[in-house]
Design a protein around this ligand. Structure first.
Ligand code: FPP
Ligand code: MG
Ligand code: MG
Length: 377
């Protein structure tokens, strides 16, 4: 792009909120049990991209300028209540301080991001990180965010339990928002993540005798992709708009943005798995084929290269299968087609924002869609 346009940095628009994100998350994860405390906070040490909280904060700011719903359900603001992480003498349970929920924070007149929306941003990162802890166990992954994975560092049992602990703390923080619809949305996300992972483990819809096998296989893949990645982004965008009291049209637009961005994001992720190295990604590259997974680049390649069918059928398990499948995908236009589909979704995400009044935050959301296509890790 031309150099005369000022570049928009989405991070700068919500820099103040992002600055406290990791610290606040670590406070939510405090446990009086030292090794649980360490395992739970482990993935907060390395700098993640914090894509989901960034989107939630930008969406909160962008929708603050949109029309409000008639009966505005203001979340009672208990989001920043302190937590007690001490160990009681009789048990190693640490808990949120129950009396802390009664505190309310004064709402600043000019604040366009509410404390409840800030807390929502933290909750999305907690749910995402919990899913990564479990994912790395399922995928036998040895690296995450440029460091040894939690399962390698602490073992599978502790990594799984740490993930469960994150979900528990995310649930408490969510309940404290006192907004039933938002609680329902994020609880559904947790179920969707598991459903997406199940769809991935039990790959179906690849029956080549079915005349529609190719379309059905792609539909199955996209549904799985919605559940495993786009559900969290779309429903947390919806929740951000709801917490701000936005009207129904705005809430739907926020959801549509998140859904399309989430799909674009995972398509790019599946493309990078073919095109980037472990060093560039900070996690193993080429992992999908090794795990027996057929993602978009391969599904597109398969249409013109029937040999892939046999390899997919046995999940690339024989010697040389992974290398052969990779060669075939790289010879095909599967990567280009995946990129083209990601571009379609990114465009749809941007189009979803058309009714939002112009603002820096809206520009930031547009830039997030552009950056999603450009990212290299
Ligand atoms: C990363 O995918 C994983 C996910 C997006 C979700 C995984 C979901 C579960 C393990 C279900 C359990 C969920 C919860 C909430 C505990 P990937 O393996 O393609 O990405 P990677 O390359 O970053 O590992
Ligand atoms: Mg994985
Ligand atoms: Mg996985």
């Amino acid at each position: 792009k031309g150099g005369d346009l000022p570049t928009i940095d989405p991070l700068r628009i919500v820099a103040k909120e992002m600055k406290f994100l990791t610290g606040n998350i670590r406070k939510l994860l405090g446990s009086g049990h030292p090794s649980l405390d360490r395992a739970a906070k482990y993935y907060t040490q390395a700098e993640g991209k914090h894509v989901r909280p960034l989107i939630v904060l930008l969406m909160s700011r962008a929708t603050s300028l949109c029309p409000k719903a008639p009966q505005r359900q203001q979340a009672t603001v208990q989001a920043s209540a302190a937590i007690d992480t001490s160990i009681s003498p009789l048990s190693i349970l640490s808990d949120f301080n129950p009396s802390a929920g009664a505190e309310t924070e004064p709402v600043l007149a000019d604040a366009d991001i509410l404390p409840s929306q800030r807390r929502l941003a933290e909750i999305t990162e907690l749910i995402h990180t919990a899913s990564l802890l479990h994912d790395d166990v399922i995928d036998h992954s040895v690296a995450r965010r440029g460091a040894p994975s939690a399962n390698l560092e602490f073992g599978n049992k502790m990594a799984v339990l740490a993930g469960d602990f994150l979900l528990g703390r995310a649930s408490v923080a969510l309940a404290r928002l006192r907004h039933a619809e938002v609680i329902e949305l994020l609880a559904t996300v947790i179920a969707n993540l598991v459903e997406g992972e199940f769809m991935q483990l039990k790959n179906t819809a690849r029956d080549e005798t079915n005349p529609r096998w190719s379309e059905d296989t792609l539909t199955y893949y996209l549904q799985k992709t919605y559940l495993k990645t786009a559900s969290l982004i779309s429903k947390s965008c919806r929740a951000a708009a709801l917490l701000g009291g936005a009207d129904a049209q705005t809430v739907d637009a926020a959801y549509s943005y998140g859904r399309n961005l989430g799909l674009a994001f995972q398509l790019v992720d599946d493309m990078l798995d073919y095109t980037r190295s472990e060093k560039e990604l900070g996690k193993p590259a080429g992992a999908d084929l090794e795990l027996g997974l057929a993602t978009a680049p391969l599904l597109f390649a398969w249409k013109t290269m029937p040999e892939l069918g046999g390899l997919v059928g046995r999940k690339f398990a024989n010697d040389g299968d992974v290398a052969r499948a990779r060669d075939l995908v790289m010879q095909s236009d599967g990567i280009q087609q995946t990129r083209a589909l990601a571009e379609d979704y990114a465009e749809k995400a941007i189009a979803s924002l058309s009714l939002f009044p112009d603002s820096e935050a809206k520009d930031g959301l547009v830039e997030m869609a552009v950056k999603t296509l450009q990212r290299k890790k």
